[in-house]
Design a protein around this ligand. Structure first.
Ligand code: BGC
Length: 366
């Protein structure tokens, strides 16, 4: 147990809460669904460190990898992980985080659905002496202890740069992510850093620019349909914030016979997206090695649990309230030409999966 922690006990309200939450999106990496009373006792008895992981969602492919790689690394470092995922619902995430706090986790790692709405979780955790790490997405206006992510402005810059290298004139569409996710704003800021210069020169016009609620591909599809309709299909390029939204946009383009004819960006190196890149339907994705962020976060969480601090974190990101000690990892821009040298070489996806829909004579040579 962490010497920095105040003791936590099981209150009636905690037990009631679990009864309500169980069965709705609760995930445990130990394959023990919501019956934490027993597991807590076990963990406390064997003295193992327990890290709580409160996730927005497990819907996108990447988050499943985050969960699995984070859990594996914490286990390697001698701890255990309890994971709860909120299916994109703020109040569920709040009550799940409370559940983890009352189970007596040593450190809480949060991937917020809503950058602002998760701030009270930090306060509640701190009251119990539990430190909080903001994972991938920043918790805003809170005293969150650490932040580990990628350079998200750079992600947006990479997206817009790759697109403007293909097309540098005409009508551009920006299909953003979730307005509630601080990252979506960072990605957009990065993209606009690149697009603005061309816009100021009068070379491009951003004719449509909308967020897509909860990062949903179906919202991105609607956005792209609206953009096409409003402009009589006179669109030359699409900067989409991630692979899910790119998928929605490409579906709308397909319906108009435009898929593969105009460039579309993405992010995450999802299997469906790298397949589209191999097939020429999507221009690029941004690969963020999940193993790197998951391992870094696991090391930080275990260090925090053991020592109450993490040494050697020199970066800072302001969250509206404080400068949060931060580690930002490097993203990698991926196009067809470097698919083999990046996601495939890293073992993130297998060559035969990525090129599944492409004739074999067009596969990259080993
Ligand atoms: C992450 C992206 C992800 C998106 C949707 C963002 O905060 O950084 O990798 O695609 O959320 O889940």
């Amino acid at each position: 147990m962490n010497p920095w922690r105040k003791g936590t006990s099981w209150g009636l309200s905690g037990l009631l809460l679990i009864a309500v939450v169980s069965g709705c999106g609760v995930v445990s990496t130990d394959n023990q669904t919501a019956n934490p009373a027993g597991t807590t006792a076990e963990k406390k008895d064997d003295g193992k460190l327990v890290i709580g992981m409160s996730m927005d969602t497990l819907k996108e492919e990447r988050w499943q990898k985050d969960r699995d790689l984070f859990t594996a690394k914490v286990k390697e470092l001698g701890g255990d992980v309890k994971v709860l995922a909120a299916n994109g619902d703020d109040s569920t995430q709040l009550s799940q985080a409370e559940q983890l706090i009352s189970q007596g986790v040593d450190v809480l790692v949060i991937i917020p659905h809503n950058a602002e709405a998760t701030a009270p979780i930090v306060e509640k955790a701190h009251k119990e002496g539990i430190k909080v790490i903001s994972y991938d997405r920043l918790i805003k206006n809170s005293d969150v202890d650490y932040y580990v992510s990628f350079d998200n402005v750079r992600v947006g810059e990479m997206q817009a740069k790759a697109i403007t290298e293909k097309v540098s004139k005409g009508n551009f569409v920006y299909i953003g992510g979730a307005d509630t996710d601080n990252n979506a704003h960072m990605f957009k800021q990065g993209a606009m850093n690149i697009l603005k210069a061309l816009q100021d020169k009068g070379d491009i016009k951003i004719v449509y620019d909308q967020f897509s609620k909860d990062w949903k591909p179906e919202e991105a599809l609607k956005n792209m349909e609206n953009a096409l309709t409003a402009n009589n299909n006179n669109i030359q390029a699409v900067v989409a914030a991630n692979d899910g939204t790119a998928g929605g946009a490409i579906q709308a383009l397909t319906a108009q016979g435009m898929a593969g004819k105009i460039p579309v960006s993405g992010q995450d190196a999802d299997l469906a997206a790298v397949q589209r890149i191999a097939e020429g339907k999507q221009t690029m994705t941004v690969y963020k090695p999940i193993k790197a962020i998951a391992s870094k976060a696991a090391e930080m969480a275990v260090a925090l649990a053991k020592n109450g601090r993490v040494d050697g974190v020199s970066g800072k990101v302001n969250n509206g309230k404080i400068d949060v000690p931060s580690i930002l990892l490097d993203p990698i821009a991926v196009e067809k030409a470097n698919l083999a040298d990046t996601v495939i070489k890293d073992g993130y996806h297998k060559l035969e999966d990525v090129y599944k829909n492409v004739p074999k004579d067009q596969w990259p040579k080993p």
